[in-house]
Design a protein. Structure first.
Length: 140
């Protein structure tokens, strides 16, 4: 995962708060341990994505910001640059959305992306999401 972040740093830095500095391997390990704690606390579920044939790490997709009282969540995602544009992330997003709606019984799943992140918005729309609004002063 650390190698994928490093390889994709230029693209990720523009959109993602966690990618503002190139992480050391130890930083990535802390990030993964934090994700595990959030999973145990039922706050987030992160899935790591691997290529079916080569087993290379592709990226990550998550159900995060979970509110079990409503129930709802957001989905977040990022992909290694060299795998971008092949439909892998669309497949991953559609899979976690299906899991969230049909097995975890969420009533609402949101995708929030930077207003200028046209690729992420296109992915969201191709996965069936609709633009409901633009949050002001939310971008990096």
């Amino acid at each position: 995962m650390n190698e994928a972040i490093r390889d994709s740093f230029t693209e990720l830095k523009e959109w993602l708060p966690f990618a503002q500095e190139i992480p050391a391997v130890e930083d990535t390990e802390v990030n993964l341990r934090s994700a595990h704690i959030k999973f145990l606390n039922r706050e987030s579920i992160r899935f790591l994505i691997f290529h079916r044939e080569t087993q290379e790490f592709i990226g990550a997709v998550s159900l995060q910001g979970i509110d079990w009282d409503i129930p709802k969540c957001e989905t977040g995602y990022w992909i290694h640059t060299k795998f971008s544009g092949n439909g892998y992330m669309k497949e991953a997003v559609e899979s976690v959305v299906h899991l969230g709606l049909h097995q975890l019984n969420f009533k609402r799943i949101e995708i929030r992306c930077e207003s200028d992140n046209h690729r992420s918005r296109a992915l969201a729309e191709s996965a069936g999401f609709m633009l409901e609004g633009v949050l002001r002063n939310e971008d990096l």
